[in-house]
Design a protein around this ligand. Sequence first.
Ligand code: SF4
Length: 424
Amino acid sequence: MTDQLIIPANINYDCTGCGKCCGGWAVPMTSSDFKRVATIDWQPYAKELNQPVNVLKDSLVSESENITDTNTITLNKNSLFRNLQDYEIKDSNYRYAIKVAHDRMCPFLVDNLCLIHSKYDSTTKPAICQLFPYSFNETPTGTYVSVSFVSQAVIYNTGQALTNQYDYLLKKYADFKALFPNNAPNWTSLKLILGQSLEWSKYLEYENYILKELDNQELGFGDRLNLIAKFLYSQTGKPITDGSLKLKYLDKHLLVNLFKIYFPQGAVVRGEADFNVNRFVYQLTWGNIFPGVVFKVNNHSFKLDDLAKIQFDENDADMSSLMYRYYYCKIFGKLYFGAGFGQLSLVAGFNHLAFLYALIKINSKILAKIRGVGKVSFIDLAQSIKTIEKRLGETFVSPNTAASLELLLSSPGRLKRVLATNNI
Ligand code: SF4
């Protein structure tokens, strides 16, 4: 491994201070974050924080309290902070979280500014807030930089090119190393497909091909993904059969189950951040009796037939640019296979990423339908990408999930059916 940073081209980012990244999730905190932020007397800011003073008093942690690196402090249930549950900790240094406010935003976001930052400084904020939206993936040929599309500025490609921010990125990388001191991605057991190993140098050759075809302006975006998937599968030596483009029973249920994971309704509870094989098998078995193939958003159910009538223009310049940048960052950052995503093989990892395109289209069409229009616009797409990006960051890929995804997603035929324009 080398500490050299490798930066994606034509990707820009500067914080615009819009505050939109500060909502929808409980900001996780390390013990050191907690000691720094929770021991501040926030009582003078009760009005800004929209919290009763007595609640803030309850939330204060005495300087003398013994804060250790274990999850032993029980906070008052009304406080600004909470302990993380064991299943939320998962191999991380996080032990606490800032509770989301009633509007699902971080309570420290006041007039679109971070109160911690404005009253103290940027280094007082939780480490994850200081790092956001950068991500670093350490590989045998260097550390690949990427950015999260949860950020509004990233969605709009606003600010300076990342390639002009090398020194700043080095500082952010140092923050990353401090936050994840034991991070050591394992790229040694790389696979092309289950049962076939893959050398890193060969992967890099494939990546050149993938990125070249991803930018193939002569094809629609779904067709580009299909072409790449077919190429990768052909490298396994397994035969490819050109079957019907009609969605199969299993394709539909797979879409519904993955949709539930990546576009969850309501608070995510334990177990929902993982692919539930039992639920999937249950739905396959009983799908004829229960209305299984519906996508639920805001208590409304949507069927594929309804969504097929909503237009999704792959040639729209802004939408096409956003899709390209999103997929480019995921692929360049190696955040979709191997140590970058649940140790999936390259074929299953790429197909999973391409499958997400179908889910993004479905959710974008639902949002357009909810708005009462017949055509997806940039804002529908942007919102769908932000949601799926956030969920990808918090979804735990267990060995069982990885095995299921390998089994269900390696087939280029399924992907082709799912991405067929007339189906979704
Ligand atoms: S602590 Fe500050 S930067 Fe972090 S999410 Fe809350 S408002 Fe945003």
